[in-house]
Design a protein around this ligand. Structure first.
Ligand code: CP
Length: 313
């Protein structure tokens, strides 16, 4: 049987991404559909989450599925030493989809290789966060009217931030120009710069977060410095407040500039930005529901045609 897991966004073609965005649009028009009636969705979160877990669970509920799972692995047999492989094989006996967040890079890939039950990667260490990327793309498309030819500025923790790694891979189809803004300690890893070169993605790197840069940007993608990934907390203390976006830095932006952030934020976006027309991060999180409804349907083989047919009922 074809395994329809979503492990990395790099597996998706341009056509597939646009198809999923069209599905998300349908779900925004009507999120409540019983397309997953009788299905069980398992959400296994080995790392903390607010948005990803709750929006996947909301998506499953709005689609008529039921949800099992855990948000705290300490309350499961993994705390007794059960391996990830055994946990996945067990949960596969109970659920039709497994949505999994794990602290180890490659954990979702590994899980997808030990079961035929579709795995949805809800974040694996500093590696990938493909469902976040689908909602980011949906947010970019909604605010810019296109995904093509955009100036995208990624700011903050580009070393450990899995959302920026996934986003740049997905954007390879859309001729972006990236600006990687990070301190030396948190620069975009070499493997992603090699990926950019291989796929003809233009990028510029700097540690200088200037208004001049903001003013030529279409999407300003802020990120949190990922405290949980540092082995040296003194280093975290040195870089944690390296960039703080404030409303006064937004006075001369392009009219279409929108600020995205996967959230949670810590200090990197001042609260006065929330009231500016450029702030879009809360709507972005809301878009997660529609994008994740699309993903849950897609991994179970439910098509855009099925959704459109559902509109006509
Ligand atoms: N954006 C994101 O992954 O948020 P959570 O960690 O709250 O799920």
């Amino acid at each position: 049987m074809e395994n329809r897991s979503l492990v990395t966004i790099a597996d998706h073609s341009k056509e597939k991404i646009l198809y999923l965005l069209e599905m998300a649009k349908q779900f925004e028009l009507n999120p409540n559909r019983k397309l997953l009636d009788g299905r069980i969705v398992a959400t296994l979160f080995f790392e903390p989450s607010t948005r990803t877990r709750l929006s996947f669970e909301t998506a499953a509920n709005r689609l008529g599925a039921r949800v099992i799972g855990f948000a705290d692995p300490k309350a499961t047999s993994s705390s007794k030493g059960e391996t990830l492989k055994d946990t996945i094989k067990m949960v596969s006996n109970y659920a039709d989809i497994i949505v999994m967040r794990h602290y180890l890079e490659g954990a979702a890939r590994w899980a997808s290789e030990v079961t035929d039950t579709p795995i949805v990667n809800a974040g694996d260490g500093a590696n990938q966060h493909p469902s976040q990327t689908m909602l980011d793309l949906y947010s970019i498309y909604k605010t810019q009217g296109t995904l093509e030819n955009l100036n995208i500025c990624l700011v903050g923790d580009l070393k450990y931030g899995r959302t920026v790694h996934s986003l740049l891979m997905a954007m390879r189809h859309f001729n972006p120009t990236f600006f990687f803004i990070a301190p030396d300690e948190l620069k975009m890893p070499e493997e992603y710069k090699i990926y950019c070169k291989k796929h003809g993605i233009k990028y510029f790197e700097s540690s200088d977060f200037s208004e001049e840069l903001i003013n030529k940007t279409d999407i300003l993608y802020m990120t949190r410095v990922q405290r949980e990934r540092f082995t040296d907390l003194m280093e975290y203390e040195r870089v944690k407040n390296v960039y703080i976006l404030r409303a006064k830095m937004l006075e001369n932006t392009k009219p279409n500039l929108r600020i995205l952030h996967p959230l949670p934020r810590v200090n990197e976006i001042a609260y006065d930005v929330d009231d500016t027309p450029q702030a879009y991060y809360f709507q972005q999180a809301k878009n997660g529901l529609f994008a994740r409804e699309a993903i849950l349907c897609d991994v179970l083989g439910i098509t855009l045609e099925d959704i459109i047919e559902d509109n006509e009922r």
